[in-house]
Design a protein around this ligand. Structure first.
Ligand code: HEM
Length: 409
């Protein structure tokens, strides 16, 4: 009776957690979707008094150096240049290069439009479609390949002593909620992000151009809005688990024994999180925070100057990077950085998903029901089990009230 009641309560709690997860996700989507309504298109039309096909305007703004009206001919190009006599300073200016003693104003509201030719744009495109995409793919393929090899050689890591039939609470409802909020939002962000980088190379052929366009549009919307749920999950996970992830001496022993991952019956000591998990935790937090910051810079274009400032800090260590970036360069560096960090994080998380599901018997339960088998816990987190049981004893709580071992259903 008591077991049936407990199982009912657990099932209801699980349903409530899932419902809460979806509500927060839905809330994040709708609120941000509301606030993130597309801004009114910027008016970039020239004023009525602007002269077309030339640069001098009567009383209005001037792009470039003013040229005497009598010298302007029909079809004159900016700067009034003809033939090979082009106005080099003007062309430097429209390329966004600062030219001493060259002053010009832009007569349209969008000042960015003064940069008509941006040479760094070519570099940006060749990095994004070249090195970034290529090495990113190598990283992902390398990790998938390594996991396949690991699975073939080692198989699924089993509980060496077999399942005990007793369980111990590993993560409570709030911890699982934070984890799944982070995980589900990350998977949506990862898939929609990979589509932005790689989709166009194969998806139009696979599903048709129209379907690819709709998918990409939906993906972009999801990418922009789900990001907030990811950030919330990241903050929750950080505060809930940071104290358990401070590196300690036993991590070195765990690493020296390869975590016991490569051989049977080897179980190095571990508290709540072992060294491998601490690596996953800190990768998630640091890469996730950097991904969030660069993501915010991309969500609010031309509002931040984080890259120039970061380069300034790096220059203290002798990097010699350019710090006076134009707003457009800021955005370009942000997209490249966002891509590098995103790909690195996806690569790391693929390994985590493998070990948390297919790769290790009994691991998924920790995040599924929150209850793990006692033998699993003793093999992988022996010191943590000792701590939990000692705390249970000292608070003299009856078993079955949370962290104590209880018979499995
Ligand atoms: C389907 C996908 C996923 C599965 C099956 C999964 C599974 C798990 C499991 C079973 C644990 C607990 C391990 C234990 O008991 O010690 C865990 C912990 C954790 N998960 Fe996930 N997870 C997934 C996705 C993610 C994603 C996408 C992230 C981050 C973006 C993430 C971040 C973490 C972190 C930081 C921990 C604590 C450290 C660790 O155990 O490695 N998880 N996950």
């Amino acid at each position: 009776m008591a077991i049936a009641f407990e199982s009912r309560v657990r099932r209801r709690r699980a349903i409530a957690i899932v419902a809460l997860c979806f509500s927060v996700l839905a809330f994040a989507l709708t609120t941000v979707g509301f606030f993130g309504a597309p801004a009114e298109a910027q008016n970039v039309r020239p004023p009525a008094n602007a002269v077309e096909n030339g640069i001098a305007t009567e009383g209005g703004g001037v792009v470039g150096r003013e040229v005497p009206n009598e010298e302007l001919t029909d079809g004159a190009v900016p700067g009034g240049s003809r033939g090979i006599n082009s106005d080099a300073d003007l062309w430097r200016y429209v390329r966004g290069v600062e030219v001493p003693d060259f002053d010009a104003t832009v007569s349209i509201p969008n000042e960015q439009a003064a940069i008509l030719v941006q040479s760094q744009g070519d570099e940006w495109r060749s990095i994004r479609n070249g090195a970034l995409s290529t090495y990113g793919l190598y990283g992902l393929a390398g990790m998938l390949g390594a996991l396949v090899v690991f699975f073939v050689l080692r198989g699924r890591i089993k509980v060496d002593h077999g399942m005990s039939g007793q369980t111990i609470e590993r993560f409570n409802g709030l911890e699982r909620f934070g984890h799944w909020l982070l995980a589900v939002s990350f998977i949506i962000l990862a898939l929609s992000g990979l589509n932005i980088l790689y989709g166009r190379y194969f998806l139009p052929d696979l599903i048709g151009a129209e379907a690819f366009a709709s998918l990409s549009q939906a993906g972009k919307w999801a990418h922009n809005n789900v990001a907030w749920a990811f950030m919330l999950g990241l903050v929750m996970v950080f505060f809930m688990w940071v104290l358990h992830n401070i590196p300690s001496k036993i991590d070195l022993q765990w690493i020296a024994k390869g975590g016991g991952l490569f051989s049977k019956n080897v179980h190095p000591d571990s508290r709540k999180f072992n060294a491998g998990q601490k690596l996953i935790f800190w990768s998630t937090i640091l890469l996730g925070a950097s991904l969030s910051l660069s993501g915010i810079a991309l969500l609010f274009p031309f509002e931040t100057a984080m890259m120039g400032k970061t380069f300034g800090v790096l220059n203290v260590f002798g990097f010699g990077l350019q710090t006076n970036l134009t707003p457009l360069q800021e955005m370009q560096y942000q997209t490249i950085w966002h891509g590098i960090v995103g790909l690195a994080m996806i690569t790391v998380i693929i390994a985590h998903i493998y070990i948390g599901s297919l790769g290790m018997e009994g691991a998924f339960d920790a995040m599924g029901s929150g209850q793990v088998d006692l033998n699993w816990a003793k093999e992988h987190h022996n010191l943590w089990v000792d701590e939990v049981q000692a705390a249970e004893k000292s608070s003299a709580k009856p078993s079955g009230s949370g962290a104590a071992a209880t018979p499995a259903e």
